[in-house]
Write a protein that binds this ligand. Sequence first.
Ligand code: AMP
Length: 116
Amino acid sequence: MIAEDCLFCRILSGDIPAEIIHESDTAIAFRDINPQAPTHVLIIPRRHIATINDLEPGDEPVIGSLYLAAKQIAAEEGLAEDGYRVVMNCNEGAGQSVFHLHLHLLGGRRLDWPPG
Ligand code: AMP
């Protein structure tokens, strides 16, 4: 399912350009337009799912594919050994601004904990 008013669905359809670095049957990944670290990649499912709250039983393979993509991209970006972070914000209170599920993959600098 594609949502016409969804920014990331429009990236998926090619309406809006992005630097896509990974594609599979279930997910794509592209560089964040406002990077918060030397590597900042967004990994999204092809299917429009707005938030974690909208996940349903049966979505496990989709979510798994996002993490497997993160692992592969982290290795390709040379982050696997030093470390990296994957994070998914849910709803505005946690900083979600685009309502199409996405994992942030961040690395290439020291990442403090807890996040702000
Ligand atoms: P979140 O705040 O967790 O919803 O993350 C949304 C992310 O999408 C932010 O880090 C934005 O910088 C990023 N973003 C917004 N528009 C674009 C775009 N056109 N291309 C790539 N990344 C984008």
